[in-house]
Design a binder for this molecule. Structure first.
Ligand code: GUN
Length: 287
């Protein structure tokens, strides 16, 4: 069997078109243009590409964007002062601090400084807590993008065995929380694996839906996948022979039922969900 491709690029374009329409309606009704302020510290080329793509997507959807680029040597205090300024600016609805931050910066303190109502990444402890309690304000962008991919491809989660490989705060943890919630997009039986998991392949082979977010190129191989499973690859790894996911696409494609490519899978969905959150933030801040 050869897996069919779940096309994140196409789906993202469709969702972004929906958001563009909603944004136009919102702006016509309120006179407010939603605005995302991105903070990019230093000059990491990968982060520069990600932030540029986020800004381009905003522009196309009728969402304004600002880019703040403090130098890599900025202190935590100086960065906190910038975030405070953005928090107070009524024309800014969403504040995004691109990760990773340079080593000298206290990342926790910075993410906690973003006003929770402008926290379009959903990294603030208040928003994480709300998510865990099943009353989210914003859904974290990558896990939400994956849920949309499943939903819009008619892949049910209720009762499914979902295995999440990776326990990061950005993807693995919130992904598992969302999938285990009651109701639409949830009701799954969720297993989270990580670097200390015993007999990883036995666990991943139990998955109806396998979601991999570990940042190790081509780590998941065909023997680790149940025939017919849905495989979602969150990895974006630069290798000597180009961009690679966390899944060995060539091999796993022979076994899986459906699979996301890299690039053109989860990445574009993350951006679409960021736009969704920025519009939500503007709505929440506009009476
Ligand atoms: N770095 C990698 N993924 C993300 C993300 O979703 N948001 C931010 N702000 N930084 C990231």
């Amino acid at each position: 069997m050869t897996a069919s491709i779940i096309d994140g690029k196409m789906l993202s374009a469709q969702i972004r078109a929906e958001i563009a329409l909603e944004t136009a309606e919102f702006t016509a009704k309120t006179g407010v243009t939603p605005c995302l302020a991105a903070v990019l510290v230093g000059d990491d080329p990968g982060s520069q590409v990600y932030v540029r793509n986020k800004q381009k997507a905003c522009e196309k959807a009728g969402i304004a964007s600002q880019l703040h680029t403090p130098p890599a040597k900025i202190s935590t205090e100086e960065l906190l002062a910038l975030i405070d300024r953005l928090n107070r600016d009524p024309t800014v609805h969403g504040v995004l601090v691109q990760l990773p931050l340079p080593k000298q910066i206290d990342e926790r303190q910075v993410l906690e400084a973003v006003d929770p109502i402008k926290d379009v990444d959903a990294f603030h402890p208040e928003n994480v807590g709300r998510l865990v309690q099943g009353r989210p304000r914003f859904l974290p962008c990558t896990p939400h993008g994956i849920l949309q991919m499943l939903k819009r491809n008619d892949i049910p989660t209720a009762g499914a065995n979902v295995v999440v490989v990776g326990r990061s705060d950005i993807v693995g943890k919130p992904m598992a929380i969302l999938l285990m919630q009651r109701g639409e997009g949830g009701d799954a039986t969720v297993t989270v694996c990580h670097s200390r998991t015993r007999d990883l392949a036995a666990v991943t082979r139990s998955a109806d839906i396998l979601i991999v977010a570990i940042g190790r190129p081509r780590f998941v191989t065909a023997e680790m996948v149940k025939p017919g499973a849905v495989v979602i690859d969150v990895g974006m790894n630069r290798t000597p022979d180009g961009l690679a996911g966390d899944v060995d696409f060539q091999g796993v494609q022979q076994v899986a039922g459906r699979i996301t490519p890299v690039p053109g899978g989860v990445g574009p969905m993350t951006i679409a969900m960021l736009l969704h959150n920025t519009l939500t933030a503007a709505r929440l801040q506009t009476s």
